[in-house]
Design a protein around this ligand. Structure first.
Ligand code: SF4
Length: 151
């Protein structure tokens, strides 16, 4: 059921929670103010996927295909140590989608430039490029409105 009381999922780091790979946050007071009338549900797909904080930086290896429902494979995420963390990233994305469905959330506000949450920009070979993170893509493909913050 979607109505004005439905909560909005939001990248936890935007709320000031220290979930980022380097143990910091990306507090965004303007976005908190913008949605102060809504119930915001903090999510961090990388933590939900079982990764520790802090953790090595990771990048999505192109292409990021459009997949309906759950991530199955066909995409890789590798951290700076060369470890394949695809499973953790896709597990985290699936958990976030599960939360959206459980809570009836039809919108997610996500932190740009992240291999999970990036909506318009992600890093590739250390450079900022056009692209979408794993969780952002899964949510979008399942009809959830995604808004990128922090470009
Ligand atoms: S951008 Fe997403 S995955 Fe990265 S720390 Fe914030 S909530 Fe977690």
């Amino acid at each position: 059921m979607k109505n004005r009381h439905n909560p909005i999922l939001i990248s936890a780091c935007l709320l000031g929670v220290n979930t980022r790979y380097d143990g910091t946050n990306a507090l965004h007071k303007e976005i908190i103010k913008k949605y102060s009338h809504k119930i915001l549900i903090p999510i961090c797909p990388e933590q939900l996927g079982g990764l520790p904080t802090p953790r090595p930086k990771a990048e999505v290896i192109p292409p990021v295909p459009s997949l309906k429902k759950k991530w199955k494979v066909a995409v890789k995420v590798i951290n700076i140590n060369g470890r394949d963390v695809t499973k953790e990233f896709t597990n985290g994305a699936n958990e976030v989608l599960k939360m959206a469905e459980l809570l009836g959330a039809s919108k997610a506000v996500l932190k740009e430039k992240s291999p999970s949450c990036g909506v318009n920009r992600i890093y590739r070979d250390g450079k900022l490029v056009e692209g979408t993170g794993i969780t952002a893509r899964l949510l979008k493909d399942n009809g959830i409105d995604i808004e990128g913050v922090g470009l």
